[in-house]
Design a binder for this molecule. Structure first.
Ligand code: SF4
Length: 243
């Protein structure tokens, strides 16, 4: 019988007959395989402000469109001073014309977040998760993205791919919120590997572990995956995330 983890994390509903220590070993192996499968020479965008603006634009947008708009925005406005000095309506119009969904909200967030960074932080994006999350349009996922890809810190942004794949792999219980998934991953995965988790799972989610009909037969993780053994299903994962 697998022992439960103490504290706010427990093994309820996703033990798969393994103890916490066994789950940790399996998690570490999974990350190693993912790192080998999806190596990336350069993880860092290296510019926290641009990373932050990219994350605001990207919400509910396809990557290709996000990248195009983001590049065009910086080509047109250049830097934080000009963006902060742009009227909200003008930014909204720019986003609308470039096909950005939620253009009204995002236009306001981009200008207002830039003004706060300029006025309260001297133009430098804060590197504290709580301060980041106080900026307009920045939730926990974006804050972690800024820390990981902007500052190069160890952080685990949980987006839709990380959320789904972690649950299929039994690294988090099937019906918990992304914030809780982050807590489980942070406990299970060695600190120095946190920064690889997001990019590797995003690549894996696009190529193999797709939202619908994952290609388990060609997956390098299939021997380590409860989903491939029928122990977790998409029906378990879907629906409300109440815990
Ligand atoms: S075995 Fe299937 S469900 Fe598990 S990680 Fe691979 S593709 Fe995803």
């Amino acid at each position: 019988m697998a022992e439960a983890k103490s504290g706010s994390l427990s093994l309820d509903m996703f033990t798969f007959d393994e103890s916490w220590e066994e789950k940790k070993k399996r998690a570490e192996k999974i990350v190693e395989i993912l790192m080998e499968t999806y190596p990336r020479e350069k993880l860092l965008i290296g510019d926290p402000y641009r990373t932050l603006i990219h994350c605001i634009i990207s919400q509910r947008m396809r990557d290709e469109v996000t990248y195009k708009v983001w590049r065009e925005l910086f080509r047109k406005y250049g830097d934080i001073e000009r963006i902060a000095g742009t009227p909200v309506e003008e930014m909204q119009e720019f986003l609308r014309k470039n096909g950005v969904g939620l253009w009204k909200t995002k236009g306001e967030w981009i200008v207002k977040a830039s003004r706060i960074i300029l006025e309260e932080y001297g133009g430098k994006v804060p590197d504290d998760i709580k301060e980041l999350m106080e900026l307009p349009g920045i939730g926990r996922k974006c804050a972690n993205i800024v820390l990981a890809y902007g500052f190069g810190r160890q952080a685990i942004p949980v987006d839709t791919h990380v959320n789904r794949i972690s649950k299929r792999l039994g690294l988090a219980p099937p019906r918990v919120q992304p914030e809780k998934v982050e807590e489980y991953l942070a406990e299970l995965i060695p600190y120095e590997k946190w920064i690889y988790v997001n990019h590797a799972m995003v690549d894996h989610g696009k190529r193999i572990c797709n939202p619908i009909r994952p290609k388990c037969s060609e997956c390098p993780l299939r021997e380590l995956c409860p989903y491939a053994r029928g122990l977790v299903t998409d029906a378990d994962i879907k629906g409300n995330s109440k815990k």
